[in-house]
Write a protein that binds this ligand. Structure first.
Ligand code: NAP
Length: 252
């Protein structure tokens, strides 16, 4: 069975480890190519866009792919829709592997906003010390609020960012809550601005903000296509086993 995994997330890499142990599944990982040094993958990997829905459909047909796993990030707004459309066109099964969104608990001081522009506005007029973890490509939205002092954490260095008071920390998840709280204290952070990515690898900053009584501005997730969705890599294997093509259909 040939499977295309649309990746770029911790969950996709975890799934790849399970798939690598299944000789009956011939899986390929697809990465957009945004990260200079992506996490090593235990299955064959291809890098770069497909050229929209049409390009993806051609790729799927050429590679005789039997099923698609959309394990892209919850904030990857386009790829999941392209995959859903291509799957429908070719009649292929598709499953999304997505971490549940974070939900506020007791003591959390969250302001949820629709997008990055709204997040920049929600910091307010008064200059504040902001810990900003929205990903490198989301940073330009904060140029509309240059009065704040930003501590920005990204995996790769941002390019061409025009903010008068910004410092960059390069690091990649996982981040633990104690270290996050120590960082917020040392940097005298007033507010955390982040996206509702979900998952445990980056949840430490929310626990830290809660323990320090700091407000959080949290960007809500964009809409996702209406496809079967699971939260654990093991459930993807169950989906694939249930959607295995019959030999007759594959002409073998
Ligand atoms: P996006 O807006 O959904 O995708 C934009 C375009 O990038 C797609 O139309 C597609 O190009 C290409 N693309 C996206 N994911 C791809 C994949 N896995 N394999 C091949 N091509 C892909 O996505 P994005 O927000 O730019 O994110 C790009 C990648 O970074 C995703 O794989 C995602 O999982 C990962 N990521 C994103 C975020 C985030 O906050 N957005 C955070 C962490 C990781 P074509 O139309 O040419 O096929």
């Amino acid at each position: 069975m040939r499977v295309l995994v649309l990746g770029g997330t911790t969950e996709a890499t975890r799934l790849a480890r399970l798939l690598a142990a299944r000789p009956d599944i011939d899986a390929t990982m697809s990465l957009a190519g945004r990260t200079a040094e992506p996490a090593p993958q235990p299955i064959p990997t291809r890098v770069g866009g497909f050229g929209g829905v049409d390009g993806l459909a051609v790729f799927l047909a050429d590679t005789r792919t039997d099923a698609i796993v959309d394990a892209t990030h919850p904030f990857a707004a386009r790829m999941g829709f392209n995959a859903a459309q291509a799957a429908e066109r070719l009649g292929l099964p598709i499953v999304a592997l997505s971490r549940p969104a974070w939900t506020a608990g007791p003591g959390d001081r969250w302001t949820e906003v629709a997008d990055l522009a709204a997040a920049a506005e929600a910091i307010g007029e008064t200059p504040r010390r902001v810990l900003l973890t929205v990903g490198r490509l989301g940073l330009p939205a904060f140029q509309a609020a240059p009065q704040h002092a930003y501590l920005i954490r990204t995996i790769d260095p941002p390019e061409g960012l025009a903010l008068p008071d910004a410092r960059i920390i390069l690091d990649r998840p996982p981040f633990d809550a104690d270290a996050e709280a120590a960082l917020m204290r040392a940097e005298r952070i007033d507010v955390l601005v982040t996206k509702n990515s979900g998952g445990s690898a980056t949840a430490g900053k929310l626990a830290a903000a809660c323990s320090l009584g700091l407000p959080v501005i949290l960007v809500r997730r964009p809409p996702r296509p209406d496809v079967a969705t699971v939260h654990e890599p093991e459930a993807v294997l169950a989906f694939l086993d249930a959607h295995r093509p019959s030999p007759a259909l594959r002409g073998v």
